[in-house]
Design a protein around this ligand. Structure first.
Ligand code: GP9
Ligand code: MN
Length: 421
């Protein structure tokens, strides 16, 4: 009936209210934000080689002049790309089953496009797929995007498509005309497509060889990951040519894993590492870059997750979010919530990694405790297990109960329905 919101609000305020003063507060004020969703790109290919060749040369170099988070985890579930979108727009967790984009697209939210829209930003999404895929048209409309450039905005032919549709290089090239005539400042989210299972690529677009293992999926992945790297490089050239680059910050994020644990054996061979539950969770790291033209940036090792993107972007934009309710925290704040939770109750902290009833040292992978020790409440991971469950359940209550319809974010007041006798 909405009354649970009181307790949830208190928790969210306590856990995420942190000082807003950092050197980067407002650094991107009134600049355009170009957000690139990197389809299925995982951190294990970054700064890595295959047959002695760099897989992602452009993205590797980009680290040198970006804020790059090397321990950034995706937190998606069955809703895949749409879950990653939901998390960054709302700083809430995705649903344990199904996709919030389908099941709760009509809820009241306090989403990123709406918040920055109130500050004068024009917000849009570019994605060359059918607009109703993942129910995006309905959700985007509800959370305040001004415009969705879906497949109908693009010229798609047999020559310029592969796999799921328009090739990424053509996607970026064709998007430029829309961007150039867009009112500024704008927020523009680009959702790429070519690096998607089953990682198909025309021979003429392949610039590195396939890997050689028992997994066709992994073998092809390196080629499409390289193609993505080149498409981003080209996009940066267009941005510079059109002068948009100087007036923008560019954020790049992997949406979720591309290689499932079905390909354990091949992954294990490639990484020269035993495929354990620990490795599986570590493989859920995806690249996250904040590129601010003119700034050197820094490589940041502390743990981070998709849940933190919304408060971080608001911080960079200099938008006060002290009235917001989120589960994530600004990634540049000194004091942050000290865990990243996954939908199945697994979590990481700077020191520990917990999954499948096992508690590991996050950096070394050394197993500290197993389920039996955990029962005795002596495990190093024990204090977090319950909090993670509580947090996930709060998020579910907000979504399943559409609780934000009772909440006024302007002054943090609640309008709860009268209690029935
Ligand atoms: C579909 C694209 C890929 O439009 O975003 O979706 P995914 O299967 O990764 O969720
Ligand atoms: Mn995806």
């Amino acid at each position: 009936d909405g009354n649970e919101l009181t307790e949830i609000e208190e928790y969210m305020k306590d856990e995420t209210s942190i000082q807003q003063e950092t050197e980067l507060y407002g650094i991107a004020k009134d600049k355009n934000v170009i957000f690139i969703s990197l389809e299925s790109l995982q951190t294990f290919v970054i700064n890595n080689t295959m047959n002695g060749e760099e897989v992602t040369p452009f993205l590797n170099d980009l680290i040198d002049d970006s804020y790059y988070f090397e321990n950034f985890y995706h937190q998606t579930e069955q809703g895949k790309t749409s879950d990653s979108e939901f998390i960054i727009e709302n700083s809430l967790y995705p649903s344990p089953r199904g996709a919030v984009y389908f099941t709760h697209a009509q809820n009241d939210y306090h989403s990123l496009p709406e918040i920055i829209g109130n500050e004068g930003y024009y917000s849009s999404v570019f994605h060359a797929n059918n607009k109703s895929f993942w129910n995006r048209d309905v959700m985007y409309d509800n959370i305040g995007y001004d415009r969705f450039f879906d497949v109908d905005a693009y010229e798609v032919t047999e020559e310029n498509s592969i796999g799921w549709g328009l090739k990424d290089k053509d996607f970026f090239r064709q998007s430029m005309k829309y961007m150039q005539s867009m009112e500024q400042p704008f927020y523009a989210k680009f959702i790429t497509l070519t690096n998607h299972y089953p990682f198909e690529l025309d021979e003429e677009d392949a610039t590195i060889e396939k890997y050689d293992s028992n997994s066709n999926t992994l073998n092809s992945y390196f080629q499409t990951a390289r193609y993505m790297d080149e498409s981003i490089e080209e996009f940066f050239v267009y941005l510079k040519e059109t002068g948009l680059y100087e007036d923008s910050i560019i954020v790049l994020m992997g949406d979720h894993y591309g290689i499932s644990d079905f390909h354990k054996k091949a992954m294990s061979t490639y990484l020269e590492e035993e495929y354990t539950d620990y490795l599986h969770l570590q493989l859920q790291r995806v690249p996250f870059y904040i590129h601010i033209p003119g700034q050197e940036g820094e490589t940041i090792s502390k743990i981070a997750g998709q849940i933190d993107v919304k408060p971080t972007l608001l911080h960079l934009l200099g938008i006060d979010d002290s009235n917001d309710l989120s589960f994530g925290t600004n990634l540049f704040a000194e004091e942050r919530k000290d865990f990243i939770a996954f939908r199945d109750g697994s979590f990481v902290t700077d020191e520990y990694l917990y999954t499948k009833d096992q508690c590991y040292n996050r950096e070394t992978g050394e197993l500290i405790d197993t389920a039996t020790d955990l029962d005795e409440e002596t495990s190093a991971c024990q204090p977090y297990i319950e909090q993670v469950q509580k947090e996930l359940s709060y998020s579910d209550q907000i979504i399943f109960g559409d609780l934000f319809r009772f909440y006024d974010f302007k002054d943090n007041t609640m309008n709860l329905p009268e209690e029935e006798e």
